[in-house]
Design a protein around this ligand. Structure first.
Ligand code: GTP
Ligand code: MG
Length: 318
């Protein structure tokens, strides 16, 4: 068993191994997590969280790595969390990231960590915010969260970031795919990466057009910019950083940052509560209480609603 207080103290001093151990507690849904989160809580709230999502291979890791360099040049401490919602193991699919981000491996101002969330109760929604908290408490000014866009995960990551970046690459029908996947609603900043390839300008135009179609925008509302990058050559990265800074400034001015963070915390609490309830109900399954209720419902002496009420009461009693 880890000495949680000592771990948190070392993580706050910036010890990478302590940070890694704490994130492992998150990944493993450790019983010590509660204690760790309590110790971390007073030290959170400084980090600016940027989510990066997009289809496999679009250039998320390369872009993330280039962003890390840009933020490091500004003297900011950076955390990178690569979340793989499709895998129950970290390491595997994300191994390539270690290569792509290798240049930052020896920089004490950068933490890079991959995390697998499949098989977790609550999945991404449960684990990512807690890992972000760890990086926040460890003194990261910026936390970059990379998630592969598979189904629901884009939307989930958007709910967890202060600013959401959606990456696309040039290609036939990209815009249509974007619309289909619902990503036109979630991006605060859009990046057309691989702009060294044919069709980048057309993709930018198409995206701008589609983003402009969402009419109900008031003066002063945020209009998501579309930035063109060649991440592999760090081109367009300064423009991307400028777009992120601008969005952050806009959010602070409008009170949106505080709103988003409150919504995120509410969602986090809800997820933990639901996960706890689900676990307790699971513990009841096969237990006497649920069996007895089921028998009465089958026998007609109890309706399923009242039975469910009784079950919920039993579960919330502790
Ligand atoms: N031509 C070109 N290739 C790029 C660019 N950016 C990244 N790549 C290449 O695209 C491939 C995928 O890049 P990654 O950064 O791993 O993409 P990713 O979105 O993180 O991929 P997954 O995490 O597997 O979904 C790599 O071979 C990169 O070198 C770019 O701007 N232009
Ligand atoms: Mg990647």
């Amino acid at each position: 068993m880890a000495d949680v207080a000592a771990l948190v103290a070392r993580a706050r001093e910036g010890a990478p191994r302590a940070v890694a151990r704490l994130i492992s507690l998150v990944e493993g849904a450790s019983p010590q997590l509660r204690e760790a989160m309590a110790a971390i809580a007073p030290h959170c709230g400084n980090a600016y969280v940027v989510g990066l999502t997009g289809s496999p291979g679009v250039g998320k890791s390369t872009t993330t790595s280039a962003l890390v360099s840009a933020y490091r040049a500004q003297g900011r401490r950076v955390g990178v969390l690569a979340v793989d919602p499709s895998s129950p193991f970290s390491g595997g699919a994300l191994l390539g990231d270690r290569v792509r981000m290798g240049e930052h491996a020896s920089d004490p101002g950068v933490y890079i960590r991959s995390m697998a969330t499949r098989g977790h109760l609550g999945g991404l929604a449960w684990a990512a915010p807690q890992a972000i908290r760890v990086l926040d408490a460890a003194g990261c000014d910026v936390v970059l969260v990379e998630t592969v866009g598979v189904g629901q995960s884009e939307v989930e990551i958007a709910a967890q970031a202060d600013t959401s970046v959606v990456l696309l690459a040039p290609g036939m029908g990209d815009g249509i795919q974007a619309a289909k996947a619902g990503i036109l609603e979630i991006g605060d900043v859009y990046v057309v990466n691989k702009a060294d390839r044919d069709g980048a300008d057309a993709t930018v135009r198409e995206l701008n057009h589609m983003l402009g179609l969402g009419e109900a925008r008031q003066p002063g509302d945020w209009r998501p910019p579309v930035v063109k990058t060649v991440a592999a050559r760090a081109e367009g990265v300064d423009e991307m950083v400028a777009a992120l800074d601008k969005h952050r400034g806009w959010m602070e001015e409008r009170g949106v940052l505080a709103e988003r963070r409150a919504a995120r915390a509410a969602k986090e609490i809800e997820t933990i509560a639901v996960t706890t309830l689900r676990r307790r109900i699971g513990e009841l399954r096969g237990g006497k209480r649920l069996d007895a209720l089921a028998e009465r419902v089958v026998g007609g002496t109890l309706d399923p609603y009242t039975a469910a009420d009784e079950l919920v009461e039993g579960v919330t009693e502790g």
